[in-house]
Design a protein around this ligand. Structure first.
Ligand code: FES
Length: 282
């Protein structure tokens, strides 16, 4: 066999081997109807996972970039203050309410006591500015006398409400040796007949004593005590003469009754006025 024949035979054998190898490789990679589907799904799944992962990474990158550019917004405070109250137990709640009621009652009682104390103080406090308890000018001495002394020689006591007084005439010559000697209870204009201010309050139990023109005295309707025109005790349960105030004439000729200066005098048999001079009123 020549070399050319061997070369041709070798070339044909190599060609056959090549065809066989190609056929083998093609058979391995060629898609079989059943297995090709499974191979395709796994690859597609891998591709799909890879694609989703790439998309997620892209989204994450965008979010990171957005967070880097814009600062995160502060979350609004949605907490409820009522829910932050301190919880109080039932026992503590009862004590608190009891304390509240006790303190309220104590406060009201204190206010009541304070008002009562102020009202009592206001009632008992002497009125030093004006009114009863202070010197009160009740009119011109001459005017007062003319109202009291009547043309028929009788006297009608003049009541002055502001001074709570009965103003009566008084013979100054009878003061010496009487219950009123040395007391500033007679105001005089030098005419010999002065004026005296008797407290209208009965010295027995405090009733207002009216005058009795007919008897020319004062007769208490409560228990029947009687006093003459100068307030001297005459009858009844009264323990002493009627009380009287200090009086004086001011520079203008007005009679001033010092209602803060009260003089008490004892019963006496040395009377300065006749009584009764007519029918009793009581
Ligand atoms: S109060 Fe005047 S007699 Fe008793």
């Amino acid at each position: 066999m020549s070399g050319t024949t061997i070369f041709i035979i070798g070339l044909i054998a190599a060609a056959l081997l090549a065809v066989a190898g190609v056929a083998t490789i093609a058979g391995r990679r060629g898609p079989a109807p059943t297995s090709s589907v499974g191979d395709f799904d796994r690859r597609a799944a891998r591709k799909d996972r890879a694609r989703r992962k790439a998309e997620e990474q892209a989204v994450a990158a965008e979010v990171t970039e957005a967070e880097t550019v814009a600062p995160p917004r502060a979350e609004p405070d949605l907490s409820d203050p009522l829910l932050e109250r301190k919880e109080v137990s039932t026992n503590e709640y009862g004590v608190t309410r009891r304390k509240f009621l006790n303190r309220s009652l104590g406060t009201l009682f204190g206010i009541f006591l304070g008002q009562f104390a102020l009202a009592s103080l206001a009632f008992l406090w002497p009125k030093l500015g004006s009114g009863f308890g202070t010197p009160i000018a009740i009119g011109k001495f001459s005017d007062l006398k003319s109202q009291i002394e009547q043309p028929d020689g009788t006297s009608v006591p003049l009541f002055v409400a502001a001074a709570q007084s009965w103003v009566v005439p008084f013979d100054e010559s009878s003061q010496a040796g009487s219950s009123f000697e040395g007391l500033p209870v007679v105001a005089s204009d030098g005419s010999g007949t002065g004026l005296m201010a008797l407290w209208q309050r009965c010295v027995h139990l405090g009733c207002r004593v009216p005058s009795c023109v007919s008897s020319q005295g004062f007769e208490c309707p409560c228990h029947g005590s009687k006093y003459n025109l100068h307030g001297e005790y005459e009858a009844g349960p009264a323990p002493r003469n009627m009380d009287r105030f200090a009086v004086e004439l001011d520079e203008t000729g007005e009679l001033v009754v010092l209602t803060g200066e009260v003089f008490q005098t004892a019963r006496t048999t040395n009377k300065t006025a006749a009584y009764p001079q007519g029918p009793f009123c009581v």
